[in-house]
Design a binder for this molecule. Structure first.
Ligand SMILES: N[C@@H](CCC[C@H](N)C(=O)O)C(=O)O
Length: 322
């Protein structure tokens, strides 16, 4: 081949193709989603598969792999140092959700992922969940308890926190957020749901639809570990039949734009309820491109205000890696 042509021909990247995933030959996987936020799921009851970040990238690749926003390995908590700590606090947290974003990076928490993870454990016969009972699991964001609902599952996500400390009544914003398609930078409020989020309110659905989320929005200043960014439009009127209604799009850290983000929906409800002030409801319906999830605030076991996330979980396929 002509040298100039050879130099300008795209060459496969080091992680391209099946090579980096070859150590996983024959491994059984499932593919699942919660409101379109999709995951590759692998059961690893003996902690036999250390899936590297490069292998996660290959498996989550939508053209050359299985495809997914992230990968979830189901592993007994006793095999991981962070899992053993959780077991000391609650021996019921037998299974650990080992979650990675599609780019191979770790995140503390994944709200849609927890529901899909529990559905996967039940379908695989690795756990049981009777009506009226809860299932306890370990995550990097701590212990979570899950119950069945008519639509799927509800998860006690634990307490929320402001990332940049402020008085509970302060309406001060934390950052300026810019994104392609937005004429001017907008103020954002950063909320931790175990993982970081920055929520930006927009006035109109047309503005939400014309915001480009292919590239990560610029958040200044940014939470120290990076952030997921939610753009949210409150419904008009905001509250209908006692339920607050919002529409959201999200750019996820380590992934890109996704169809849904459970922790993002919780953070969005926290922010809009905070801005709405006294009398704002405790129950919220969050519409995302992939469907609808529910968010509810209640006084939790810790004595603090907790956030409950509810929504569906679906397993669409099971197969083995070639
Ligand atoms: N889609 C998830 C959140 C996944 C993690 C996130 N990308 C991060 O890096 O924090 C959800 O449903 O919560």
């Amino acid at each position: 081949m002509d040298e100039t042509l050879a130099a300008s021909t795209p060459q496969p990247a080091a992680t391209d193709g099946a090579m980096p995933a070859s150590g996983l030959h024959g491994l059984t996987f499932s593919k699942g989603h919660g409101t379109g936020n999709d995951f590759v799921l692998i059961a690893d009851p003996e902690d036999a598969h250390q899936i590297s970040p490069e292998q996660v990238v290959v498996l989550c690749d939508r053209h050359r792999g299985i495809g997914g926003d992230g990968l979830i390995r189901a592993v007994p908590s006793r095999f991981l140092p962070e899992g053993r700590l959780l077991l000391e606090a609650d021996p019921a947290a037998e299974w650990f959700m080992d979650y990675r974003n599609g780019d191979g990076s770790l995140s503390e928490m994944c709200g849609n992922g927890v529901r899909v993870f529990v559905h996967f454990l039940l379908e695989q016969g690795l756990a049981s969940l009777e009506a009226g009972e809860s299932l306890t699991i370990g995550t990097r964001g701590g212990i979570k308890k899950i119950v069945r609902t008519a639509e799927g599952y509800a998860v006690d996500m634990g307490p929320w926190e402001f990332i940049f400390p402020k008085d509970a009544t302060s309406k001060a914003m934390d950052s300026l957020v810019s994104a392609d398609g937005l004429e001017v930078a907008r103020p954002g409020l950063s909320v931790s749901m175990g993982n970081p989020h920055t929520v930006v309110a927009l006035a109109e659905l047309s503005e939400l639809n014309s915001t480009q989320l292919f590239k990560a929005p610029v958040v200044d200043p940014k939470p120290v570990n990076g952030t997921n960014v939610e753009f949210v439009v409150p419904a008009e009127p905001l509250v209908h039949d006692g339920i607050g209604n919002i529409t959201m799009r999200v750019h996820e850290r380590g992934v890109g734009e996704t169809q849904s983000c459970g922790t993002g929906a919780c953070a969005a409800a926290v922010a809009i309820r905070h801005w709405a002030g006294e009398g704002a409801p405790d129950t919220w319906r969050v519409s995302v491109p992939g469907g609808v999830v529910g968010v509810r605030f209640f006084r939790g076991e810790t004595g603090k205000e907790h956030v409950e996330l509810s929504g569906p979980a679906v397993i669409v396929a099971t197969g083995s890696l070639s």
